[in-house]
Structure formats: structure tokens, C-alpha cells
Design a protein around this ligand. Sequence first.
Ligand code: GDG
Length: 475
Amino acid sequence: MGRVVVVSNRVAVPRRGEPSAGGLAVALKDVLKASGGLWFGWSGETRKNPTLEPRQVRAGGIDYATIDLSDEDHKGFYAGYSNNTLWPLFHFRLGLMEYDRAEAASYRKVNRDFAQALLPLLGPEDTVWIHDYQMIPMAAELRALGAQQRIGFFLHIPFPPFAVLSALPDAERLLRDLLAYDLVGVQTKRDLAGMINCFQDGLGLTPDATGGVRGEVAGQMRRAQLSAHPIGIDTRGFATLARKAAYGPETQRLTASMGDRALIVGAERLDYTKGLPHRMRGFAALLANFPEHLNKVTYLQVAARSRNEVASYRNLRRELDSLAGRINGDYAEFDWTPVRYVARAVARDTLAGFYRAARVGLVTPLRDGMNLVAKEYVAAQDPEDPGVLVLSSFAGAAETMEGALLVNPLDAEAMGETLDKALKMPLPERRERWENMMRGLEEQTATRWAESFLAELEELPLPEQDLLWAAPTRS
Ligand code: GDG
């Protein structure tokens, strides 16, 4: 058995004094530790003339290898093509998507650089697991260099149907790149249907009886297995974190400041996919249409700033500042602020305590691969007195979290009505819904997700790939 080698755009190299990592990093570290594995990717640093010689460190039984990006590639590959082309496209936001040929070329170049830097570190028995939309062409680049290892890919964000994906001038090439993987995993059945539709309508490839597609990439004929692997969290660990944090000074201060008002909580990166303005409008509709909640409920939104180099993110920040100001201007009393809006990150344990203190968790993305906040909110609840999850039906999490109250974030009035229902929900119903969701979360943890993906990848018959193998040529 070889090692597991994880590749992601950003690498969570542990640093002294840093707060505890999230569920995804924990799950990946578990599988890496078990196999004596390696985590490879971008260091998060940029410099003038970076080399392709990875910096290697070992920490907690895991090897880390990172490379830097040039300022130019950071702009083209990361801020440009990854975050300003693929991110809006895969979230169905064609109006926000921009395309620039030079950025597309930078995206390819960085993927080629990553492949060149990683190849010398790979052993013949290693299994490579590449993550997310920044790295789609990396397996094709590795194959073009002769790599024959098992390579899997997991897409953390939604997979749109071809009617959407085809807006991208490089759509067909990007789909073909996916054929270089042995296994392509997505979050939900909906994403799997989107991906299959793309292969059918984009490349004319239909899945075989066991769910794989065959086609030519990098001068080779290959077969990629397609499947859904919904990601989870470290449910037990997060529940423990929340239980402890409830006694911490921040949660105590928050609950003291609330008096006997109910708390609605939301927390995410400040991102236009998360439906933050829609959420504020939904909360305003609650106050406007159900005046019995005036001065009885407070909505706390934690919105950690992200991707400030992209204009659409700066615009969102301005929109939220003005919406929060307007709702407070319209409804606040001298002793009550309806919206508490914190535009920066809070510590993970503080967040867990805030979730537990909240009667309602409000999670309203316009599109989301999964949405871990929804899962964390449920895991953080007090089993004796759990809160209610109000969840967008466009989050991947909605596919399995049947105990949530589902909303369409575009319908502010409906969101107001759903919030009213959540705030008035009697304890027995809250418990029943919570127990239903918690059972699912205890089964579908982040560790289970990683293990099931890797088990499927490692069970794929390699000899068959050997038959398909042709002499590597550069495309
Ligand atoms: C991508 C996909 C998919 C949020 N605010 C703070 C904070 N957070 C943490 C949450 C959660 C994480 O960030 C966000 O995870 P999500 O899943 O909600 O969203 P993305 O970052 O967009 O992640 C998504 C995920 O990948 C995994 O596959 O579910 O669909 O878009 O853990 O708690 N953490 C801290 N302070 C904050 O203020 N410490």
C-alpha cells in the first residue's frame, strides 16, 4: 500500500498558536496520518520568481510540501480564473462571471507547474487525491508527464448542467480534463446529475452501466468513475466544542446582552453565493409582517471577509453595510438593535458557542456545494433544548437534512414566515427534527466521507486502465 497524497490549492500546514482546524482539515489529516501521507499545494505566499522546488516540512506525522506563486499567477490563476470565472460559473451566476484568455492560460500554467513540482515526490504505489475547482486540469498535466498512479478528484462546489457550463469558452477542455481522473466525486445527487449532463451534452459521453465515462485526454484513452460523496463534519468534536464554549466568556457575554430575546445566527465567508442580502431582507420581512417579534428577536450575522481583491466581493460588502444600517434604522429601539452584523471572523470555539445559544440557525445560500455551517449549527445544539435550522433548498446539505425548514432565499416574505414558524416551534417538534438530523450527521462524518472516497478510488480496477494506456504524449 502506498501513501495518500492530497493536493489542494491551499495547504493547512499547522502553525504554532493557530486555532484548531475545521472538520475538513481534520478529516484529511486523519487519512494522511494513517497512510504516512503527503499534503501538497500552494503555500499561500507570492514572490517574484518562485521555483518549482517544493518546501517540505513534517508535522504531526504528515509531510507537507508547498510551492509559492508569482504575483502574476496569483492574479491570473487565483483571483482571476479560479475566483472570478469558475467560482461564479459553478454557482450558476453567469452575470458575475468574467473571462480573460490570459487568466485561463495562467490557470493552466499553474496546474502544469503543480504537476511538475509534485511528480518527483510521488511513489508508484501512491494514491493522489486532488481537491476542488482550482485544480481541475492537474491530473491531465500529471498524465501528460507519465504519471500512472490512481488519481481522484473531489469538487467541493456545485456542478452545474451543461446549459450553464457551456458559457465558459473552455468548457469542453475542462470536461475532458476530468477524464484524466480515475474517480471524480461531487457532493450531491443533484451535482452528479449536473456532471453527467455535462459529459453527455458537452462531450457526447454517456456513463456505462457502472457509472463511468470513457474518453480521450492527454493522448490517452481513459475511464473516469463518477459518484457523489457528501461531505460531513467532525460531529462529536464539534458538539463537544459547543458544549464547552457555552460556558466561555464570549457566549456568556452574548447571552447576557440578549436578555430574554431569541437569537437568530448566521455565519459565513462574506461571499455572494451565501445569500446574505437575501437573508437580511427575509429578516426584515419577519419584522414587517410579524410585529409580535419586534424587540423580541435579534439576528447576529458573522461574515468573515474574503477575496477582497475581487470587485464583486467589495460590492457585496457595501450592499450589506447599507442593508443592515437600513433595517436597524427602520426598526431599532433605544434598547434593541435588530441586526448585529460583524464583518470579520470570530474564533471557531466562539462560533460554536454562538450557534448553541441561537434559537434559529439561518443558512440561505443561493447555491452551495454542501454548506458545513448548517451541519455545525445542528451539531452544536443542546439536545434538551435544540434550536431550529432554516436552510436554503439550494444548499447541498438540504438533500439530506430533512429536519430543517427549507426556504427559497429569493422569497423574502416566505423567509419571514419560515422564521416566524421556527421562532414559535414547540419543544417536542424541535427535538424530533433535531434528532432526525443529528442521526444523519453522526453517520456521515468528515472522516467517513474521506474514507469512503478513498475506498472507492482504491477499489477501482487499475489493470483495466493499463489496457487503456497509450504512450504519453503532450497535448
Ligand atoms: C466550500 C463549499 C462546502 C465561517 N465563518 C467563520 C468560520 N466559518 C467556517 C464555518 C465552516 C466554514 O467556515 C465554511 O464552510 P462552508 O461549507 O459553509 O463553506 P465554504 O467555505 O464555501 O466551503 C461548501 C465546503 O467547501 C466543504 O466541502 O460545504 O459548499 O463552498 O466550517 O464554521 N470559522 C471561524 N470564524 C468565522 O467567522 N473560525
